[in-house]
Design a protein around this ligand. Structure first.
Ligand SMILES: *Cc1c(COP(=O)(O)O)cnc(C)c1O
Length: 386
């Protein structure tokens, strides 16, 4: 490593990257307000796991706090500790199941523990002490099949936790497998199971929470009856949803826009192949722009020969295989299409280009995965508005 310049001499500026994710904080604020209206009497629990679905957990949490959000959730303890280190003092629930050796850190950082098994309940009872109390949210598996106590087992476990010193029963919760489905039958079945457990432990939990983002829309009537204290909203904060119609129904605005700069423009003769594997060939003289973004940034390789991007006021198709750091788009025959120069910005998804739903469809996945997968090497630029 002797011949490598010291880090301080290497340009680290975000401006040096030919790609960036613009994060529209005005849209985030708008979405918080729209969700608060939908949530009615329930408070929002801002789900900022996976670096706030790729948007930046610390920055997003800060804006949510400014908007009055008082509860947060992440997936793993490390994510929660990072938020504490950044100064977030609000309640944070870790949604994933803890390993027994994590419990001391939960106490040290005052984090909500998900109790999803009798074994974890016993570990909590053992670890909790007056100088290290533990706040627990008991998770009942009503049909998601991921983590949680079976409905029949939950009341006994809750009873033991209730009687244990230095343990606070802070929540009782479940999670839907089909909150986004048109057919609500299974979600209703899950709620029936949950309500039976809640009925058996009346008063045991100061708060119940069941809904993720889409349940706010698809199960609103049942939620009005259950009157949960909290709703765990993630994807809709970011202006997305499982389905485009749900995002539209809630009047959400997409928060992330991925842009990449043109790094080369050229005209190739008919017959020229483009990119690895020669999957695409120009059938006539064609202008090709190369963009400084690829699957190494999290733009899906499945977009090869399928997607389009917004560039120079046009939608232009992605041609050839998306590479790790670059990809090519077809600007049309010379004399047609957009007038494009090196340094121009293309929008890969976001308010000014194809939607995240479009990219998810091209990549045969869901919008969650598109924004979550935008790599750390892509600088985030936070803008108050546009
Ligand atoms: C991620 C997650 C949420 C948030 O879901 P969205 O669909 O993004 O609103 C809520 N609850 C649990 C348990 C989760 O894992």
């Amino acid at each position: 490593m002797d011949d490598v310049a010291p880090a301080s001499d290497v340009a680290q500026d975000a401006d040096q990257a030919p790609v960036e994710a613009v994060i529209r904080l005005d849209h985030l604020r708008h979405n918080v307000r729209a969700l608060r209206t939908l949530a009615g009497a329930a408070q929002l629990m801002g789900v900022v796991k996976a670096d706030a679905y790729g948007h930046g957990a610390v920055q997003v949490a800060r804006v949510l706090r400014e908007e009055g959000v008082r509860h947060f959730a992440v997936a793993r303890i490390g994510e929660a500790v990072a938020l504490r280190d950044a100064g977030l003092t609000a309640p944070i629930l870790v949604l994933g199941a803890p390993l027994p050796h994590h419990l001391a850190a939960y106490a040290a950082h005052d984090l909500g523990v998900t109790v999803a098994s009798a074994a974890v309940a016993e570990a909590v009872i053992e670890a909790a002490a007056p100088h290290a109390p533990l706040r627990v949210h008991v998770k009942v598996d009503t049909g998601m099949g991921r983590i949680g106590l079976a409905p029949d087992a939950a009341p006994d476990v809750i009873d033991r936790l209730r009687r244990a010193p230095s343990v606070e029963m802070a929540g009782l919760w479940t999670h839907f497998a089909t909150a986004d489905a048109d057919d609500p039958t299974f979600a209703h079945h899950q709620l029936d199971r949950f309500e039976r457990v809640a009925g058996r432990v009346e008063g045991a939990a100061s708060c119940v929470h069941v809904a993720n983002s889409s349940a706010l829309l698809t199960l609103s009537e049942r939620l009005a009856d259950l009157r949960p204290a909290l709703v765990r909203t993630g994807i809709m904060l970011y202006g997305l949803a499982d389905r485009a119609d749900l995002a539209a129904e809630a009047g959400l605005r997409p928060v992330m826009q991925l842009t990449a700069q043109v790094t080369q423009v050229k005209t190739v003769p008919a017959g020229t192949s483009i990119s690895y594997g020669r999957q695409w060939r120009a059938d006539r003289a064609t202008r090709i722009a190369t963009l400084g973004v690829g699957y190494g940034d999290g733009y899906p390789r499945l977009c090869s020969n399928r997607a389009s991007v917004a560039l120079g006021g046009h939608r232009v198709p992605v041609v050839g295989a998306v590479c790790m750091d670059m990809m090519m788009v077809d600007l049309g025959p010379p004399g047609t299409g957009p007038d494009v120069a090196v340094g121009d910005a293309a929008v890969l998804f976001g308010p000014d280009g194809p939607s995240t739903f479009d990219v998810a469809a091209w990549a045969e996945t869901i919008p969650y995965e598109i924004c979550c997968r935008i790599d750390e090497r892509v600088p985030r630029r936070y803008v108050p508005g546009a």
